[in-house]
Ligand binder design. Structure first.
Ligand SMILES: *Cc1c(COP(=O)(O)O)cnc(C)c1O
Length: 373
């Protein structure tokens, strides 16, 4: 438990205020679905898939699935990734990026990251590509956006597909283009803390390629096209009608919520002492600020003094994936990814959600400025 500091506690994330504002609409939608007689893959999912496609502003289609992890693994399966293939990604991501790659049987290969943006270092990407590389999974970490067009240039005419992990980047843009619309597939998560969160698990795949969309649609339900007949090997991973109806209500507000995140981030930018290092938005990016992350030395002490001031902080993520026991079989060593490893010691996530009061941001800044000052 946190000790009592001055004023109410500042949380990392809190969905209750948003629920308060949407309660009647949400409960009415739940009632509508439950009394409709159709709970799985009915009109709500189809409508949400259409609305999300419109939100992305690109020609293509969406497939609602059970989680962000499944969105990645279903997309990889669809793109033909399997045993003996290699998939290049980063090690400073959430574990699901890598567990999804493993679900296909493929081997993740880690590219180091840029110390300023924390995104995949594209200067090193070519060196990670081998004859076995089948896909690249760049992660739009924290709501920042990887330069996908540059990855496509590096890949050139080789048969390597690019899948964007957009779990933290709903509403982020690069030179005006939405994250998730530049690669072959964009994979989104609707885990409750994400920029668009369900009241439970959910995920979605977007592609501009109609053929890819149809195959993903088939794979999310046992490889069926019509009837009980598997055209290909599939899984069971469906977004359910109740979550789709709720997500449809919330999607209407997503742009405003992302703008609120951006406004709060500017306030952090202005009020944090100039000496405090922040994760930098990449060139040409409209950052969606899923998280606002700074870099500090002596992080445990800094966290403790913020905690004493009643301010929650978090670390996304404290252990690079190649250093976890569960991934020891990948045989990566300490020192293999120097920037990733160095960042893991210093990154610190500050409270960030669209309803976070500006006064709370000011309190966080004051406490952090004095903790590092
Ligand atoms: C949350 C997250 C995922 C996985 O999403 P789930 O819906 O929790 O399965 C994948 N990648 C990143 C970067 C994430 O933050």
């Amino acid at each position: 438990m946190m000790s009592d500091g001055p004023g109410p506690h500042v949380r990392m994330f809190d969905y209750l205020q948003q629920y308060e504002a949407l309660r009647e609409e949400v409960l009415a939608a739940v009632e509508r679905v439950l009394s409709s007689g159709q709970l799985i893959l009915g009109p709500e999912v189809a409508q949400f898939e259409e609305s999300f496609t419109r939100f992305l502003g690109a020609d293509g289609g969406c497939v609602g699935v059970n989680s962000g992890t499944d969105a990645i693994s279903i997309a990889l399966r669809t793109l033909g990734v399997g045993l003996r293939d290699e998939v290049v990604t980063v090690a400073n991501t959430a574990v699901p990026t890598v567990s999804a790659i493993r679900e296909t049987g493929a081997t993740p290969v880690f590219c180091d990251v840029d110390p300023g943006t924390c995104l995949m270092n594209l200067n090193e990407l070519e060196d990670r590509i081998t004859a076995r590389t089948k896909a690249i999974v760049p992660v739009h970490l924290f709501g920042n956006v990887v330069d996908i067009p540059r990855i496509l240039e590096i890949v050139g005419s080789r048969h390597i597909t690019v899948l964007e992990d957009c779990a933290q980047a709903h509403g982020a843009r690069l030179h005006g283009r939405m994250a998730g619309t530049m690669g072959t597939v964009g994979a989104f998560s609707f885990y409750p803390t994400k920029n668009l969160g369900a009241y439970g698990d959910g995920g979605l795949c977007f592609s501009r390629d109609a053929d890819v969309v149809e195959r993903m649609r088939s794979i999310r339900m046992y490889g069926f096209e019509d009837g009980y007949y598997s055209e290909r090997e599939g899984v069971n991973s469906r977004l359910d009608e109740v979550q789709a109806a709720i997500l449809g209500i919330k999607l209407v507000h997503l742009e405003v919520w992302v703008r609120n995140r951006q406004r709060l981030a500017s306030r952090y930018d202005e009020r944090l002492a100039p000496g405090i290092e922040r994760v930098e938005p990449a060139e040409g990016v409209q950052h969606a600020y899923h998280l606002y992350v700074v870099k500090v030395d002596d992080r445990d002490t800094v966290r403790r003094s913020l905690e004493e001031a009643g301010i929650a902080t978090s670390i996304h993520y404290p252990h690079p994936i190649h250093r976890m026991r569960g991934y020891g079989f990948l045989d990566c060593r300490q020192g293999d990814l120097p920037q990733t490893e160095a960042l893991a010691e210093r990154i610190l996530s500050l409270p960030m959600y669209p309803e976070l009061p500006e006064e709370s941001v000011d309190r966080v800044c004051e406490a952090l400025n004095s903790a590092v000052g």
